[in-house]
Ligand binder design. Structure first.
Ligand SMILES: [Zn+2]
Length: 343
């Protein structure tokens, strides 16, 4: 039987790679994991010797300097164990596969040494596991008896495999993923810029055409209509192709342009990650939640015209009344409508 510690930690490590971000708490968890995974026996049952670590050690690994060069005080100020614990438990709840957690029956946690401690003493802590029942918050949210809370929602990230690919996605994205510095990524960026240039030329041409229309005597109505039909084409290209892609590069998240989602798929978003190797990766996904007011699905949508943020969560049934903010890092959303709902 595979060591359940190993199985959980390997899965956590994969998930952290998949949802890599630039928060320091994620880095600290990764440092602990990497060290832990090095010395975990493959098949020796569930024997577990905690790999105790201190803030000073983590800080030294993170800064890539020797332990002697680390100021203990600075390490203690910079590294907050409670925050790392909270980060891990939030990550486990929102990003890990609940199927695996339930099958193994445990969740990864960070345990802190209780005996030593106090001021000046270096507290040791380590990765460990707890029964899955201790993962409370999501259950608490579903509790029927708790008072209705319309104020806050939690988004979930749909896996890219549940989103049907379109032809363009299949060309550019591999398994729902596109590395921006690969030839295909550069090609897409080039296409984006060329399409903008073509749009500008079409608009310029159309303006000139309208100005000089009287000076073109032998112009048939059909020709005029064909020429003018380029304007909506340029407009659609700008709205559905250029704008979402540009938004993705600058805001790290965007609705999938119409071309990138399948017509049969209701909802798709593209998210930009900075991969572990420093290169940007675009990934197709979908953020959804359930509207606490009416229980219809909530999907990401344009914040315009009624919201200040560019992307918000809108209820499918009442898209302009049941509106929530969206935070891709915490996956939380707060109600941004009339306060009367919250009573
Ligand atoms: Zn609703």
């Amino acid at each position: 039987m595979k060591n359940k510690y190993l199985e959980l930690f390997e899965n956590l490590s994969n998930r952290l790679d998949l949802y890599h971000n630039e928060t320091k708490n994620q880095r600290y968890v990764q440092i602990m994991l990497e060290r832990r995974l090095k010395s975990l026996p493959e098949n020796e049952g569930d024997v577990y010797e905690p790999d105790k670590i201190t803030r000073k050690i983590i800080y030294a690994i993170d800064k890539n300097v020797s332990l002697d060069d680390i100021d203990s005080k600075e390490a203690q100020q910079q590294i907050n164990i409670r925050k790392i614990q909270k980060y891990l438990s939030d990550f486990v709840r929102t990003q890990m596969d609940s199927e695996i957690l339930n099958r193994v029956g445990y969740i990864p946690v960070i345990k802190v040494e209780s005996s030593r401690g106090g001021r000046g003493n270096e507290k040791a802590f380590w990765l460990d596991i707890e029964p899955v029942e201790l993962l409370l918050p999501s259950e608490a949210l579903e509790d029927e008896d708790s008072p209705d809370d319309y104020g806050e929602i939690i988004y979930v990230r749909e896996h890219s495999s549940t989103i049907k690919p379109s032809i363009l996605t299949r060309i550019f994205f591999k398994n729902g993923e596109l590395k921006m510095y690969s030839p295909k990524g550069l090609l897409l960026t080039a296409l984006m810029l060329i399409s903008l240039l073509v749009d500008i030329l079409i608009v310029l041409f159309a303006v000139l055409f309208i100005i000089f229309i009287k000076d073109l005597p032998s112009l048939s109505l059909t020709t005029a209509l064909i020429i003018l039909a380029f304007i909506p084409f340029a407009y659609m290209n700008f709205i559905w192709f250029f704008k979402p892609l540009h938004h993705l590069m600058t805001h790290r998240i965007s609705k999938a342009p119409l071309l990138f989602a399948n017509i049969n798929t209701d909802n798709a978003d593209i998210e930009m990650y900075k991969g572990a190797d420093g290169y940007r990766i675009a990934r197709i996904t979908a953020f959804t939640s359930i509207c606490p007011i009416c229980t219809a699905p909530i999907e990401l949508a344009d914040g315009k015209p009624d919201q200040k943020q560019p992307l918000v969560g809108r209820c499918r049934e009442a898209p302009h009344a049941h509106v929530y903010s969206f935070d891709r890092m915490t996956l939380k959303g707060y109600f941004s409508g009339h306060k009367g709902y919250l009573k």
